[in-house]
Write a protein that binds this ligand. Structure first.
Ligand code: NAD
Length: 504
């Protein structure tokens, strides 16, 4: 065991230096190729674990296990039994949350004490929400116009779900897919992000305590181009539930055409956060800063385009820049840290590339911009919160998702102008509006083309409120009752009430 492994193993015994395996049909096994991948702590650049690098052969085994569980023991579970199981699952996550959170902290660099994801509330509430609503699932009896025929509908699970998740909120993203899949009676092959698979693997160990038949939840770690692509194209998979980038979402749609499997997509964004001059500027500036800098900007709903009414644009830019400069950047394990590292060297390079492009295109840096290259953080992947002013709508930093702590500030003069500029994006995931004018708040909520609009707040989530994207930000919704539709088929059953009258 290396010195780093000794430290991490003291934080969670799960990190014992032994390579992590795949969960297939209730058994832990190595990838058939024997290949592994390193998990790296982005605060230090050090390897904290090895995980199995699964590929198409492992995915195939996992899909077969999921199919056999779906057709076998899992199909006999009544809604009440699935409810009981999900409630126990929620208790299990609640009991072990500190360890699961610690694994995400070490694996992807989220600060240990910060943000909605540092608390057990949302993951546990997610499982309990689906445990509650699953007992309300029902079909309908329908007054058909065909004489002497009775028609009713049934809701049936789609079957085997391939869940592919990103690294930015590792445990959260996994539970957002597992919970509705189990609630509706589907089985799952989960492919977590290669940059942050550890909490999913620990979850796979913990579910051993539940009344869950082998093969209902399988976990195949590995890289996207191999394990992920194999899952997306596998003919034995009935649905892909994907969260990740828009480019990968498009690849998944193409791969899904083989058996025309169902696809739901939670994708990227370039979300506008809009501050009117009449808003509480202190609250709006804090909301705007945390709307982009939380989780080092690695949040799909990050408010990366900050539109400010011209007469307060300079003041708000100064406020946001001052907040950016005052945020404490540090190792994710330090409880005082507010901004952790980016997830990987690759992500740091990508985000730094955008900062460079912004400078070259003539935008002005009001805060941050340079990666931290000295002191204790030099070995990690740190970029301080960065604010650009003087940004033109046509610049790359104004149009493309950066997925880092970089915000572009734009001045605007009128409601119509800001609506049109805010909507002039391929994305439509989220938007923020800051104003004390109620009529204008409603007008903006109507006009913005995005799946979520936050007014005088930003970034709230609750399992009962649907979440998802317009345009290239996705298909379908997570959370809310309608999220269940993505995991269900509707079957219409016709029955003769007088069979003697059958006439074809
Ligand atoms: P990514 O698309 O690179 O990877 C996401 C997942 O897809 C990973 O598990 C990866 O291994 C897998 N993958 C990669 N290529 C694949 C392929 N060809 N076939 C199948 N699977 C493949 O995204 P990321 O970098 O992990 O996450 C960041 C992106 O996710 C950002 O664009 C962000 O906006 C988006 N995101 C969206 C939401 C949302 O709810 N809308 C939430 C979080 C993140």
């Amino acid at each position: 065991m290396t010195a780093q492994q000794a430290i991490t193993s003291a934080l969670t015994p799960f990190l014992d230096g032994v390579a992590k395996r795949l969960l297939i049909g209730g058994e832990w096994r190595e990838a058939q190729s024997g290949a592994t991948l390193p998990s790296i702590n982005p605060s230090t650049g050090e390897v904290i674990a090895q995980i199995a690098a699964g590929d198409a052969a492992d995915v195939d085994l996992a899909v077969r296990a999921a199919r056999s569980a779906f057709e076998g023991p899992w199909s006999t579970f009544s809604p009440a039994r699935r409810q009981d199981l999900l409630l126990k699952f929620a208790d299990l996550v609640e009991r072990h949350y500190d360890e699961l959170n610690m694994l995400d902290v070490l694996d992807m660099g989220r600060p240990v004490g910060k943000g909605v994801m540092a608390s057990a509330t949302l993951p546990v509430r997610t499982l309990r929400y689906y445990a509650g609503v699953l007992t309300t699932l029902h079909g309908e009896t329908i007054q058909s116009n065909v004489p002497h025929r009775f028609a009713y509908t049934k809701r049936e699970p789609v079957g085997v779900v391939g869940a592919i998740t990103p690294w930015n909120g590792p445990l959260q993203a996994v539970l957002w897919k597992i919970a509705p899949a189990l609630a509706t009676g589907c089985t799952i092959v989960l492919k977590p992000a290669e940059d942050a698979s550890l909490s999913a693997l620990r979850l796979g160990e913990l579910i051993g305590e539940l009344d869950l038949p082998p093969g209902v939840l399988n976990i195949v770690t590995g890289v996207g181009q191999s394990a992920g692509a194999a899952l997306a194209e596998h003919p034995g998979v009935d649905k892909i539930a994907f969260t990740g980038s828009t480019a990968t979402g498009k690849a998944i749609v193409r791969a899904a055409t083989g058996n025309l499997k169902r696809v739901s997509l939670e994708l990227g964004g370039k979300s506008p956060n809009i501050i009117f001059a009449d808003a509480d500027l202190a609250a709006a500036s804090t909301g705007a800063a945390m709307g982009i800098f939380a989780n080092s900007g690695q949040i799909c709903v990050a408010g990366s385009r900050l539109f400010v009414e011209r007469r307060v644009a300079e003041e708000v830019t100064e406020r946001v820049a001052a907040i950016a400069q005052g945020l404490r950047v540090g190792n994710s394990l330090d409880p005082e840290t507010q901004i952790g590292p980016l997830v990987s060297a690759r992500q740091l390079e990508r985000v730094s590339g955008y900062v460079e492009t912004g400078r070259e295109e003539g935008a002005l840096l009001a805060a941050g911009g340079d990666r931290i290259t000295d002191g204790a953080l030099a070995a990690g992947f740190f970029l301080p919160p960065t604010v650009f002013s003087g940004v033109q709508d046509s610049m790359a930093i104004a149009r493309e998702e950066i997925f880092g702590p970089v915000v572009s500030v734009f001045a605007f003069d009128s409601v119509d102008e800001v609506v049109s500029r805010a909507n002039a994006s391929e994305y439509g995931l989220a938007a923020g509006v800051w104003t004390n004018d109620l009529a204008r708040a409603h007008r903006m909520a109507d006009a913005l083309q995005s799946g979520s609009v936050w007014v005088n707040t930003y970034g709230n989530f609750d399992p009962s409120v649907p979440f998802g994207g317009y345009k290239a930000s996705g298909w379908g919704r997570e959370f809310g009752l309608e999220s269940m539709d993505d995991y269900l088929n509707t079957k219409s059953v016709w029955m003769a009430v007088n069979s003697a009258e059958f006439d074809g």
